[in-house]
Design a protein around this ligand. Structure first.
Ligand SMILES: NC(=O)c1ccc[n+]([C@@H]2O[C@H](COP(=O)([O-])OP(=O)(O)OC[C@H]3O[C@@H](n4cnc5c(N)ncnc54)[C@H](O)[C@@H]3O)[C@@H](O)[C@H]2O)c1
Ligand SMILES: [Zn+2]
Ligand SMILES: [Zn+2]
Length: 363
């Protein structure tokens, strides 16, 4: 089966023909229908985060179950599924404490060390899977605890975006931060993640939803999805001052959805007294974030968010209902649909800030 493989860092993806193993215990073989391009893969392609190589990239995919391995009781062939990288064991302290997105026992849902690889090249070389999913591929072999069944009315080329981007942005607002009705929100970065956060803020009943981006096209899209006020960061050198002015002193909740220490600092500095800044973006592993210590006396808080603190087996079906009844807008987030061969061009468009989300479809 064809897959987009990262073979060096930094590097573009190479389309290779790989062998996929039969599903082992707890594993499910999926025919991929749609795969979204998330910026996290780009960070790895740019070498900002290290990874084992070679690796099939992609972690925002949906498809149809082809076959199941021993002990798989959650899905059967023909079921429609969305994959999510928050693969839970269901038994560790984090899972049992209500935080399956932080599962501390990935070994329980992976093949044992030394076992045959899930993916390999013709010469036998093992090939890794991004986030244990490897979604930029015609087929995926995934543990059943990384899947949620979805209803067939839900188009899979839209459902895939819920697997990472929408779960992450929406969840950061409604789960990690718990934005309350009437509060003020600012989302910095209006890519796939930020636009989902904007929608989370609208659905949670925020009063003002300020959106910051360097692209006026992105800000326009944000306006269709629930943004109420906009700051173009390429046209001002005082983003924080502008947000403070719009809110009479700062926002109750801010979200950083880019992954830069400079914008994390902005997210913290634009808070009202008692406000909470949530960092969603992946800040390069060598970068540090500095804050002014005195601000803590105003009870300002800074926190991270991993995959929107999701409980995806219940969150994703609920988001699908909101999509099908017109409250969660996904079609508006898709700027381009491409085939697998177009994946590097898709990432070039993301780098240039030309697109909200690009989706790979397989036929
Ligand atoms: N925490 C998690 O669990 C998680 C999950 C998925 C993605 N992420 C991370 O979230 C971040 C966003 O991902 P995405 O797919 O939405 O990326 P994206 O590239 O689609 O969006 C980033 C946006 O930021 C804007 N931007 C860039 N520099 C800016 C600046 N200085 N000021 C204002 N706006 C600026 C761009 O124009 C773009 O619209 C990435 O770092 C990604 O790795 C984190
Ligand atoms: Zn992602
Ligand atoms: Zn666990």
């Amino acid at each position: 089966m064809k897959a987009a493989v990262l073979t060096e860092q930094p590097g573009d993806l190479v389309i290779e023909d790989l062998t996929i193993d039969k599903p082992g215990r707890g594993e499910v073989l999926i025919q991929t229908v749609g795969a979204g391009l998330c910026h996290s893969d780009l960070h790895f392609m740019e070498g900002l985060f290290r990874s084992q190589l070679p690796i099939v990239m992609g972690h925002e995919s949906a498809g149809i179950v082809q076959a199941v391995g021993e002990d798989v009781d959650y899905v059967k062939p023909g079921d429609h599924v969305v994959a999510c990288l928050s693969i839970f064991c269901g038994q560790c302290k984090q899972c049992l404490g209500g935080h399956p997105n932080r599962c501390a026992n990935p070994q329980a849902t992976s093949r044992a060390k030394g076992a045959a690889p899930r993916l390999s090249r013709a010469d036998g070389t093992a090939v890794e899977q991004m986030a244990r999913l490897g979604g930029f591929a015609e087929e995926m072999l995934v543990h059943q605890n990384g899947l949620v069944k979805v209803i067939e009315e839900m188009p899979l080329d839209k459902a895939c975006l819920i697997g990472c981007g929408i779960t992450t942005g929406f969840g950061a607002v409604v789960r990690t931060a718990g934005v309350t009705v009437g509060s003020t929100v600012c989302v910095i970065g209006a890519g796939g993640i930020g636009l989902a956060a904007v929608q989370g803020a609208r659905i949670a009943g925020a009063n003002k939803v300020i959106v910051v981006d360097v692209s006026s096209a992105k800000l326009e899209t944000a306006g269709q999805l629930g943004g109420t006020h906009f700051v173009n960061a390429s046209q001002t050198d005082d983003v924080v001052g502008e947000v403070k002015e719009l809110t009479g002193g700062g926002v109750d909740y801010s979200f950083e959805a880019i992954g830069r220490s400079q914008t994390v600092r902005q997210a913290f500095d634009m808070l009202a007294v008692g406000g909470t800044a949530t960092v969603i973006g992946m800040v390069p592993s060598k970068d540090e974030v500095t804050l002014r210590g005195i601000d803590f006396l105003q009870e300002k808080k800074l926190q991270g968010s991993m995959m929107g603190s999701n409980q995806f087996r219940t969150d994703i079906p609920s988001m699908i209902d909101m999509y099908l009844d017109g409250r969660l807008l996904i079609d508006e987030m898709v700027s381009a649909t491409i085939d697998l061969e177009g994946v590097n061009e898709g990432y070039r468009m993301m780098k240039n800030g030309e697109v909200a989300r690009t989706v790979i479809t397989f036929d």
